[in-house]
Design a protein around this ligand. Structure first.
Ligand code: OAD
Ligand code: ZN
Length: 248
């Protein structure tokens, strides 16, 4: 069953002219970054309200201690896995143009993809709440929590918290990409957080084929997606690329 779908995905990708990808936390799980939902998910251990902007502004030290500090430790040492590398290879093959990612870990860029829309911002940078000066997260010392800028202001990561708007440009470009691709690969997302989760619907409405790669079914499965290739993102990408090579 999975083998048939891998062959099908390889054939579809080989025939496609313009592929886009929508990725979520699941693609970074094999890099040691936990997902938000499902088995081992962050929201099983921590109340999701820690990602609310109101909560951060009320008590930045608390949110740094419970959520951000651990994210920094995990992301600082994470490296791209075969899922990220597979998407970089698809770009190299001239198939994949753009990745819309909900992830803030920067691993797609590290793998070599050149057009990555960071829908929920980036964890690579911190911004001072007072003077707006930016500092690379890897250079921020955690000796004091919350970490502070030279001016004394508190740093916040340049990620989108719940309750904040998606950057207008990211939203607009994502809709454009979704409207013009002929395949959208939807990898490792539970497709539950909007507006990111509506991009596959936009793509489908414009005639694209939607291929999901995920350990489990999602709300898109059987409705918006044409088919789901079940498995770990890295393993499935490797299998699809190997099959594409044998077709060439
Ligand atoms: P979720 O944590 O909601 O979903 C992760 C998905 O990845 C699930 O559907 C899993 O089945 C799947 N998965 C887990 N391991 C996998 C693997 N090795 N290979 C393939 N799939 C795997 O993550 P997102 O959909 O990205 O938002 O979550 C969306 C947003 O919710 C995040 O960007 C974040 C969060 O709250 C903000 O912080 C604004
Ligand atoms: Zn400052």
């Amino acid at each position: 069953m999975t083998d048939d779908l891998i062959r099908k995905a390889a054939k579809d990708l080989a025939a496609a002219k313009s592929v886009a990808a929508l990725t979520g936390a699941g693609i970074s799980v094999e890099s040691g970054i936990p997902p938000f939902r499902g088995r081992g998910g962050i929201w099983e251990k921590i109340d999701p309200s820690y990602a609310d902007i109101d909560r951060f502004m009320r008590n930045p030290a608390d949110v740094w201690n419970v959520l951000i500090k651990e994210m920094k430790e995990i992301i600082d040492k994470a490296k791209p896995n075969d899922g990220h590398k597979g998407l970089a290879k698809l770009e190299e093959l001239g198939k994949l143009n753009t990745i819309i990612t909900q992830n803030v870990d920067g691993l797609h860029q590290m793998a070599g993809n050149t057009d990555v829309i960071e829908f929920h911002g980036t964890f690579a940078w911190q911004r001072c709440l007072d003077c707006d000066e930016r500092c690379e997260t890897s250079k921020v010392e955690l000796t004091e929590i919350p970490p502070r800028c030279k001016c004394g202001g508190i740093y916040r990561p340049e990620v989108i918290f719940f309750g904040e708007m998606i950057p207008y440009k990211a939203l607009l470009r994502s809709k454009e990409i979704a409207s013009s691709c002929d395949i959208m690969l939807v990898i490792g997302t539970s497709a539950t957080v909007h507006p990111a989760a509506m991009m596959p619907g936009v793509a489908k409405e414009n005639g694209a084929k939607i291929i999901e790669i995920n350990l489990d079914e999602t709300p898109l499965t059987g409705h918006i997606s044409d088919y789901l290739v079940k498995g770990k993102a890295g393993q499935v990408m490797n299998a699809i690329l190997a099959e594409m090579e044998s077709l060439a």
